[in-house]
Every structure is written in structure tokens, then in C-alpha cells.
Write a protein that binds this ligand. Sequence first.
Ligand code: ZN
Length: 174
Amino acid sequence: MWHSPSRRRREAGAANMTRAGRTQDQRWVATAEGEHLRGRRKRDTKPEVTLRKAVHRLGLRFRLQRKVAPRCTADFVLPRHRVAVFVDGCFWHGCPDHSPEEFRGPNAALWEEKIETNRERDRRNTTQAAEAGWIVVRIWECEIRRNVEEAAQRVAETTGSNEAPRRRRPAMPK
Ligand SMILES: [Zn+2]
């Protein structure tokens, strides 16, 4: 249920109250509708931060917000291993488990189109990042909520197969 837009809006408000310096969130709230409809990727979302901490605990070091392809910025990258990690919100990126099968209400068609556009962009970004030599790991928000250690492990598993400086072309992820 935490994926519904109304809930997202409430959460964004709460986030502003609980954390200082979350300028991205603040900007998002200020222009909620516009930002929403553009499907702008938010930085430092709670699942993303949680995952980063777990990845860090595994001894892996990363850099935030690295551009890995034209108009495509990974949430964080492990530069040594050429691994690019994207944390995808279930609602906006169309998680198979949590995105509604069918949208209802007057804006149903718009929502549907919006989510599909986001999914297409995700696929395109994955392809382009892979072509640029990155191993792309996309992690659903719900995977992190379910078991963050497992999600971090999934990131860690990719590192062994792509040691810098030897750059091997990774298999194309789906
Ligand atoms: Zn999900």
C-alpha cells in the first residue's frame, strides 16, 4: 500500500520533517505534481540509503549519483567493479508485485502510460549502461524492505565477475 501516490505524498512530507538537508525531497514536495508526472528519480530515498549501508557493511565502496550513460545516472556505482546500481521504487518503476495490474479512476490511462514510459526508460538505461561497460543491478524497493542483507548480497555477487581494470563486456541484463 505504500506505493499509492497519495501515500507517497504523505511520506514525502514526513521525510522532510524527520531529516535535515533533504533538498531533493523538499524540491519534490514543492512541485509535487510536475515532478511526479515527469517521474523524476529521487535521490537518497530511504530504501536507497538502507541498501547503501548494507553494501558498505559488506566492505564494498561506492560513489553516489554517477552518470553511466547519456541522461542516465545510477543511484550508486562500485567503480572498481564497474557495477552500477539502481534502486527502483515499486510504484513508479512498475514492480511486477506492487504496481497495480489495472489503474482506476479518471486518470487511469495517464498513470498506466506514465508507468510504462518509466519502464521503457529503465530498460533503455540498462541497455545503454551495459553497452558502456557497466554491470547493471536493478533492485526493487520491496526487495530492500523485505531483506536488505539479501539485496546487498545481490550487489556483492556481481562484483566478482567484473574486476577492474580488465573490462569485460557483461552479459546483457534483462
Ligand atoms: Zn515491489
